[in-house]
Design a protein around this ligand. Structure first.
Ligand code: FAD
Length: 303
C-alpha cells in the first residue's frame, strides 16, 4: 500500500511532492499526463490532484487519480471536499478511492462555489467542517489523511488563536499531516508550525510552494494566501512584470531562497503547486538537491 505518511516518515532526507488540478478537456489531460510523466522519474514523495466545485472537474480528479494509482510508480493523494455532497456520496467517493488503490486523502471542507467568501451552506445531508470528513475517511478504511492549514489564519477565522484551535482539532480527529496554504516568508510558515507545536500537537506541517514564474502566479499567490506581499518582494518582482524571462529568473531565485531557509529550519518536505506544468518544479528540485537517491539523475545540458 502506498501511503504518504510512510513515504514521509521513511525518508532520512528532505523530499518534495507535487500538486495538479483536474483537466478541463482532452488537450488539458494530455498536458497533465506529460507533466506527470516528466515528474515521475524524480521520485516525489507523493502527488495530488485537487477537487473541483462539481461536475466534470470532479470526475477528472477521480478518473486521473485512479490512473496514477494503476499506471505509475507515484504515491497518489486525492483531494476531497464536502461541498454539495451528502455523506452517502462522500462514502461512495472514498470507497471508490480505496477500490482503485488510492489510500491517501486530503480532507477539506471546500468553499461555496462561485464566491469563496460567500455564505457557507452545508449539504442538507452533508458535513459542516473538514474535521468531520477526516473522521468519516478514517472510519471507512486504512487511509492516510491530510488537512489544510493557513499561515495567516483561514479567512473565516476571527483570530489566530481560534484558527489554531480548530486546526489542532481536525489534526487530532485523525489526520497525519497538514499542508499549508501559500505564504511569502519562511517565518510566516514557521510561526504556524510553532503555534501547532505549542498546542501540544506533533503532526507534520508541510509548506505549500508556488514557483513564481509569471506575474499571474504572483497574483494567484497573493489571492490564495489572503495576505499582502512584503515590500521587498514587490520591489524585486514588480519592475520585471514586462520582461517574462527576467521575471521568471528572479521569481525562481525568490522561491529557491524561501525553500532553502525552510529546509535549514528542518522542514522535511516541500509541496509544489505545478499548475500542471513540470519545468519550474523540476528546476527547483534540482537547485535544492531534492531528487531522491532512487530518482533518475538530472540530464546534463550539452554545450
Ligand atoms: P475547515 O478546516 O473546516 O475550516 C473552515 C473554517 O471553519 C475555518 O475558519 C476554521 O477555523 C473553522 N472551523 C473548523 N472547524 C470548526 C468547528 N468545529 N466549529 C467552528 N468553526 C470551525 N479547495 C477545493 O475546493 N479543492 C481542493 O482541492 C482544495 N485543496 C486545497 C489544498 C490546500 C493545501 C489548501 C490549503 C486549501 C485547499 N482548498 C481546496 C481550499 C479549502 O477548501 C478552503 O480554504 C476552505 O475554505 C477551507 O477548507 P478547510 O478544509 O480548511 O476547512
Amino acid at each position: 500500500m502506498r501511503r504518504v505518511a510512510d513515504r514521509l516518515n521513511g525518508s532520512d532526507r528532505p523530499t518534495f511532492s507535487v500538486e495538479f488540478f483536474p483537466p478541463r478537456d482532452e488537450a488539458d489531460e494530455a498536458i497533465l499526463w506529460r507533466s506527470i510523466r516528466e515528474l515521475e522519474p524524480l521520485d516525489p514523495a507523493y502527488m495530488s490532484i485537487t477537487y473541483g466545485a462539481g461536475g466534470t472537474s470532479r470526475e477528472g480528479t477521480i478518473r486521473n487519480i485512479a490512473r496514477v494509482a494503476t499506471d505509475t510508480t507515484l504515491v497518489p493523494m486525492a483531494h476531497l471536499t464536502a461541498v454539495n455532497h451528502s455523506v452517502a456520496e462522500l462514502r461512495n467517493v472514498i470507497g471508490h478511492f480505496a477500490a482503485v488503490g488510492v489510500h491517501n486523502v486530503l480532507a477539506l471542507r471546500g468553499d461555496p462555489p462561485g464566491d469563496p467568501m460567500g455564505e457557507w451552506v452545508a449539504h442538507p445531508e452533508g458535513l459542516h467542517y473538514a474535521e468531520e470528513l477526516v473522521r468519516l475517511t478514517r472510519e471507512l478504511g486504512d487511509f492516510c489523511v491530510g488537512v489544510s492549514a493557513f499561515p495567516y489564519g483561514h479567512p473565516r477565522s476571527p483570530d489566530l488563536e481560534t484558527d489554531t484551535h480548530y486546526l489542532v482539532r481536525k489534526l487530532r480527529a485523525g489526520a497525519d499531516f497538514a499542508i499549508a496554504q501559500l505564504f511569502f516568508e519562511a517565518d510566516d510558515f514557521l510561526r504556524l508550525r510553532d503555534r501547532v507545536a505549542a498546542a501540544g500537537c506533533d503532526a507534520l506541517m508541510l509548506p505549500g510552494i508556488m514557483p513564481l514564474t509569471t506575474p499571474k502566479t504572483l497574483r494567484k499567490t497573493i489571492e490564495l494566501s489572503g495576505a499582502t506581499p512584503p515590500a521587498w518582494l514587490t520591489e524585486r518582482l514588480d519592475p520585471l512584470s514586462d520582461d517574462p524571462k527576467a521575471f521568471r529568473a528572479e521569481g525562481l531565485n525568490v522561491i529557491t531562497e524561501l525553500c532553502e531557509r525552510l529546509l535549514r529550519e528542518g522542514v522535511p518536505e516541500l509541496h509544489f503547486y505545478t499548475f500542471n506544468r513540470s519545468k519550474a518544479t523540476r528546476e527547483l528540485v534540482d537547485r535544492l538537491g531534492l531528487r531522491s537517491p532512487r530518482a533518475e539523475p538530472a540530464l546534463t545540458t550539452r554545450p
